[in-house]
Design a binder for this molecule. Structure first.
Ligand code: FAD
Length: 400
């Protein structure tokens, strides 16, 4: 029998994990990773970079060093999918055929959806940990802040790491407390979400932090524009009669998270879920198989499943995809099942972190033998030291 051809679109956290795990199961598979970037980023550490406790240069490595032995890397970007013909077409105009396709090109940052953001982010006291180039500027702003209004934003709709828009706010407040200036800081969060965290057990802890830090919360709001010259953020908020009011807030520093959606080439493809407003890939949320194309699977930040978009979720999704791709190629029943598990490590202060773990039903799924709704030093060390090591040495190599 000829070796089966598997194409993986995207060599990020999900793509490399799946490639490495597949080859560990069966060395004879012909695995091709299509990935345009020569660099691979460990994005979860960007929050720590913004808080001044992690070196940005330690969050980037060469993609080539992580392509698993036995896989072929094509340095190109997929532009079009022809799933009825089992083909993908790349930007360079090449066509590649497959027996099974794994789709994982991540999520797109829509900086342009907030007017003025693209032009100003990274300068003028406007920062964002969602960019490798800009995360170090967050620390510059936090460190040099002498009091005034600090505004943190979280867009409407799904983002990668739902905790990242507010994690940096707790660390900033703790830093300002230690500098003795927190009482001179007027801290606001403008969030498109309905509450600080979807899982009520973890939200209770965060609401206490918000109270202690004297943070003013604005939920269900939509940030529409930032005017750097006038240091103003504009946003929409529904009033009690359901009418949208346009509001503004002046800031001295702000951390802005851009709206996010499926990469445009996914949105414009037959793989996209036509009913999903963000254009994510349409899959069965348990088997990770495409709902209409049986030899297509997807995982990571690009999927329409209602799981939180994190590397921690990918750690549980990857083995399910691997199991089900192999079963599909062997004409067997798909037995891998993903439960929606995700985790969000939320630092509440320097040296203290709450590891929130949960599933599709927003039920806590704690793996440690203690109450994980409490912030702990051990979980801070997990995030600062252990998880980065695990990522580069085990997760990307398919052994964790
Ligand atoms: C500030 C921040 C903090 C975070 N904190 C945490 C955390 O604490 N814990 C946690 O678990 N997660 C965290 N995350 C989320 C985590 O980084 C992502 O969920 C994870 O990287 C998603 O993996 P992925 O493979 O789906 O996408 P990515 O890792 O983003 O990789 C996608 C890859 O696809 C490639 N690609 C794009 N377009 C194409 C194309 N056309 N053709 C081929 N390839 C393409 C890209 O170049 C990229 O290499 C954080 C993210 C950010 C930004």
């Amino acid at each position: 029998m000829l070796a089966k051809k598997i194409i993986i679109v995207g060599g990020g956290n999900a793509g490399l994990s799946v490639a490495a795990q597949l080859l560990r199961k069966n060395k004879s598979l012909q695995i091709t990773i299509i990935e345009p970037s020569e660099k691979h980023y460990y994005q979860p550490a960007w929050t720590l970079v913004g808080a001044g406790v992690f070196d940005i240069n330690k969050t980037v490595r060469s993609e080539k060093d992580y392509i698993p032995k036995g896989a072929t890397w094509i340095k190109d970007a997929v532009e079009t999918f022809l799933p009825a013909e089992n083909k993908v077409i790349t930007r360079q105009g090449n066509s590649y055929g497959y027996d099974a396709l794994v789709v994982c090109p991540g999520i797109q940052l829509d900086w342009n959806k907030i007017k003025g953001l693209k032009e100003t982010v990274g300068k003028n006291n406007v920062t964002s940990n969602y960019s490798f180039d800009i995360a170090p500027y967050t620390w510059e702003l936090i460190r040099n802040f002498k009091g005034g209004t600090a505004v943190f934003t979280n867009p409407v709709g799904p983002v990668k790491c739902g905790g990242a828009p507010h994690k940096i706010m707790y660390l900033a407040c703790d830093y300002w407390r230690k500098q003795g200036i927190l009482d001179k800081c007027d801290v606001h969060i403008l969030s498109g979400a309905a509450s600080i965290f979807d899982v009520k057990e973890y939200a209770a802890t965060l609401n206490n932090v918000i109270k202690d830090d004297n943070i003013k919360t604005h939920f269900g709001v939509n940030v529409t524009a930032v005017d750097a010259a006038n240091k103003t953020i504009y946003y929409e908020e529904k009033n009690k009669d359901g009418i949208t009011d346009r509001k503004e807030i002046k800031f001295d520093m702000s951390h802005i998270v851009p709206p996010q959606s499926a990469p445009d080439f996914i949105k414009n493809s037959p793989l996209s879920d036509p009913n999903n407003p963000y254009g994510f890939v349409e899959i069965n949320k348990t088997t990770m198989q495409h709902s209409r194309f049986a030899n297509v699977f997807a995982l990571g930040d690009c999927i329409n499943a209602p799981a939180k978009k994190t590397g921690a979720a990918i750690r549980r999704q990857a083995p399910v995809v691997v199991k089900n791709v192999l079963a599909f190629l062997a004409n067997e029943k798909l037995r891998g099942e993903y439960t929606g598990y995700s985790a969000c490590p939320i630092p509440t202060k320097y040296g203290r972190l709450m590891l929130a773990e949960f599933d599709y039903s927003n039920t806590p799924k704690m793996t440690f033998p203690f109450d994980q709704t409490k912030s702990r030093w051990s979980m801070w060390i997990l995030k600062l030291k252990i998880l980065p090591w695990l990522y580069w040495n085990k997760i990307l190599k398919g052994t964790a």
